[in-house]
Ligand binder design. Structure first.
Ligand code: BGC
Length: 787
């Protein structure tokens, strides 16, 4: 962990006040800009030096073979990996013949600021070249949240004290050299030259511009990237453009006096397709750029601000008493909205579009961790991500057939819908992803009452996933419905019988599908659902087997789990975490050791399936064996710790989730930010200290309480067309409706109607519990005494 985070602590910005080359790759991820369609890592304008150059287009991937030493039936033969596409960020500068490169000469000052309200990354540099010439440079970059195919950069350079010959080279570069792949299985298989040139052109004149078109060899996708410029400079200035297969370049040369400046606005357009012809794709990009130029740089900035103002209006979280968490939760929300804003029928990957970690794949992270946040802050983005699941349902159905199952078996990890996991015990066997999708659907429907979505997307997703569960499980001789041989969220167990989380989530999936087909019987008939089939889902849900250890009075994670030997934590050196990089899975699978919240997550997502006493006992039991080797774990532990009354511990876990990337707590932020963990910071605050739950039936529930150290927590959320504000402080909680009609909620179980008039309610006194213990060496960093 980096003890002194490199970024200043401010409520609405993230500022890096000097450039530390050891942290350059982390900063590239943290400063990445995206709109869910285009992703630009926070690389320096001049391209060099870099940790990992990165420009991504959602779902633009290349196939890669998945070779097996010992293959088996149904193993996927092809994987998919995100590729680094044409880089339009590059603007190089020559100062009296010397290239601007921060490794040479003297950097007088270097700051970068990510503006969470403006949606821009600004860089200010004063640099003296090795020959002693000083320039003042400012660049501002944005990826438009309103114009999906567009990014833009404003770049200006001023000589500080003498007339200088300056040359700007604004480029598009394809097939950039990328650093060698790391051995960590969580990193990506980076392809060295993924793009084949198909066409290029450059045009000089008042509006110098260029386009490059490339294709991928195996996945057969085509991509066009274009740039166009508005240049301002002194009278003595020349420009020219040129293009080649893998690069296009605008050259601007000028003699600039100290009181003058040379500046340009670079408009970038991106498009890709599996079907469109070259001319069509070029037109798309050129058209996008024309529209962006019409809006103009100031207009793009204004649109960006307006979009984010609207987002924050129904999403902001204020934390009084902890400035780091305040910044971190907004930083997290900013990355979530960037990842989801304009996906439009495409997935939200585990790293968003901020890096190549996990090959750019999408997992259950999206439905379980990210969509709940979007559902309550920017619901149309949650709907978009679920529409993508629906769009790839044909592949999930084929996968089910291949597995000998009914309905749809969604892939554990993928870019375009096909299963890409080469390790089936922690891939295909993690069938819970299907119930996770169903759960995201029911939560979205509850929060929006979007009837069109319910009919067109929700129903088929619920029906096909219910079919899967019905065929995957079976009634035993006692009439119980059991699901054998599956992997739950905890990846240190695999292919087990009756994973509690899976059974409870499948139960919800089956019951929700049965309920919806009753409501939408005409549409359900079109999906060939019969009354008998729906009844069989209801039976399976009612008869679901829920494992319970009567002796220990806890829920085992799966059949037999509580009788396994415990992992020898005392004998495990601190540097042997994550365990998956140091021990064979065979050892992990037969011991009581938990990678990430599993039973604890079940208690968060299916709260009414447990008594309060069971929640307390289960939490303590699993706390002692959970090592948090996944960044998905601490946010869930925070929510349940808060619910059962371990408020200090909840605070520690909130911080672990929230600061995951700002403090690089898992040493892999360089591969991209941890989108699920960032979302988890919101969940820890709203679901943990706000106690917010949306029960399957009944009113939205809050059970607010605060840990010592947070003076006031206030959050806004969207729900059924309203904006609700909850403000928790030391003498109670204020409920206020900022928009929409009065809403029925519950406060610590008591019904309440909230309106446009603030109402203050008391918080019932907390009953402190003895703190639970963690595995040896895995105690979370304490939030107390942090100064
Ligand atoms: C976790 C999975 C998660 C994946 C991607 C793994 O380490 O165990 O639950 O889906 O990372 O974030």
């Amino acid at each position: 962990m980096i003890s002194n985070a490199p970024y200043g602590v401010e409520p609405w910005c993230l500022t890096e006040s000097h450039l530390d080359l050891n942290l350059i790759a982390q900063s590239e991820s943290v400063f990445a800009l995206s709109n869910g369609h285009i992703g630009l890592r926070g690389n320096l304008d001049e391209g060099d030096p870099h940790g990992l150059p990165g420009t991504y287009l959602n779902s633009l991937f290349e196939d890669r073979p998945l070779p097996y030493a010992e293959a088996g039936y149904g193993f996927p033969e092809m994987g998919q990996t995100v590729i680094n596409v044409t880089n339009g960020k590059i603007i190089r500068l020559l100062v009296n013949d010397e290239p601007f490169d921060i490794r040479y000469g003297t950097v007088q000052s270097h700051t970068r600021t990510l503006d969470l309200r403006g949606g821009t990354l600004t860089r200010n540099v004063v640099w003296t070249s090795p020959a002693g010439h000083t320039v003042d440079i400012q660049s501002v970059r944005l990826v438009s949240l309103t114009q999906r195919a567009v990014a833009a950069i404003s770049y200006r350079v001023k000589p500080v004290d003498e007339t200088l010959r300056l040359v700007l080279m604004s480029e598009l570069v394809a097939n950039e050299e990328v650093p060698r792949q790391s051995a960590d299985p969580r990193a990506a298989a980076i392809l060295s030259k993924p793009l084949t040139g198909e066409e290029h052109y450059a045009v000089d004149g008042d509006n110098p511009r260029a386009v490059l078109v490339h294709g991928t060899e195996s996945s057969k996708l085509r991509l066009a990237a274009g740039m166009s410029h508005a240049i301002h400079g002194p009278a003595k200035m020349s420009t020219s453009t040129e293009s080649f297969d893998d690069m296009a370049r605008l050259l601007v040369a000028a003699e600039v006096a100290p009181e003058e400046e040379l500046s340009l606005i670079k408009y970038l357009g991106y498009g890709w397709s599996s079907q469109r012809t070259r001319p069509a794709l070029i037109d798309q990009v050129v058209g996008a750029i024309a529209a962006a130029k019409l809006t103009g740089w100031d207009g793009l900035l204004a649109e960006q601000r307006q979009f984010l103002d609207e987002f924050w209006e129904g999403a902001d979280v204020e934390v009084d008493g902890d400035v780091e968490i305040q910044q971190a939760v907004r930083f997290g929300l900013f990355h979530i909205i960037q990842a989801g804003a304009r996906t439009e029928n495409r997935p939200i990957p585990a790293k968003g579009l901020t890096g190549t970690g996990y090959d750019g794949h999408t997992f259950w992270d999206t439905e379980t961790f990210v969509l709940p946040v979007l559902t309550y802050t920017w619901p149309e983005a949650a709907a978009d991500a679920l529409r993508w699941r629906y769009a790839v349902m044909d592949k999930a159905k084929s996968h089910a057939v291949e597995l000998g199952l009914d309905g749809a078996a969604f892939p554990w990890r993928t870019i375009r819908g096909q299963e890409c996991s080469g390790y089936w015990p922690a891939g295909t066997a993690a069938f819970h992803i299907n119930a996770d999708i169903a759960n995201a659907v029911t939560k979205y429907l509850d929060a929006t009452q979007d009837e069109k979505f319910e009919r067109e997307i929700g129903l088929p997703l619920l029906v096909e996933t219910a079919r899967l569960w019905r065929s995957l499980g079976q009634h035993d001789s006692h009439g119980k419905f059991r699901i054998e041989g599956v992997t739950g969220p905890d990846e240190y167990s695999a292919v087990k019988d009756n994973n509690l989380y899976t059974n409870l989530m499948a139960q919800h999936n089956l019951a929700a599908a049965a309920e919806l087909v009753e409501k939408l019987d005409k549409e359900a008939r079109e999906l060939d659902v019969t009354a008998e089939e729906a009844a069989s889902w209801r039976d399976a849900a009612n008869d679901m087997y829920i494992p319970y250890d009567h002796h220990l009075k806890v829920h085992p994670q799966h059949d037999g789990f509580t009788s396994y030997a415990r992992w020898d934590f005392k004998a495990t050196p601190e540097d042997h975490y994550p365990l998956l990089l140091h021990y064979p899975y065979f050892q992990l699978y037969r011991k009581q050791v938990v990678k990430q919240a599993d039973v604890v997550l079940a208690m968060q997502l299916r709260p009414s399936s447990f008594t309060d006493e069971q929640k307390r006992r289960n939490f303590d039991y699993y706390e002692a064996i959970t090592v948090r080797d996944s960044s998905l774990s601490p946010c869930t532990q925070a929510v349940i710790a808060a619910e059962v009354g371990h408020l200090d511990l909840a605070y520690d876990y909130l911080a672990e989730a929230a600061l995951m990337d700002l403090q690089d707590r898992e040493h892999n932020t360089k591969d991209g930010v941890h989108i699920a963990s960032l979302a988890g910071a919101w969940t820890a605050l709203v679901g943990g200290f706000g106690g917010m739950r949306a029960p399957s039936s009944g009113a939205l529930a809050f059970s607010p309480k605060l840990p010592p150290g947070i003076i006031c927590l206030s959050f806004r959320m969207r729900y059924r067309g309203r904006i609700v504000q909850v403000k928790i402080h030391d003498h109670g909680v204020d409920y206020l409706l900022l928009a929409g009609d009065p809403l029925e909620i519950t406060h610590h179980g008591e019904p309440l109607t909230i309106t446009g008039e603030p109402q203050t309610l008391e918080i019932p006194p907390a009953h402190p519990l003895p703190p639970p213990s963690q595995p040896f060496g895995r105690v979370p960093q304490s939030r107390h005494g942090r100064e």
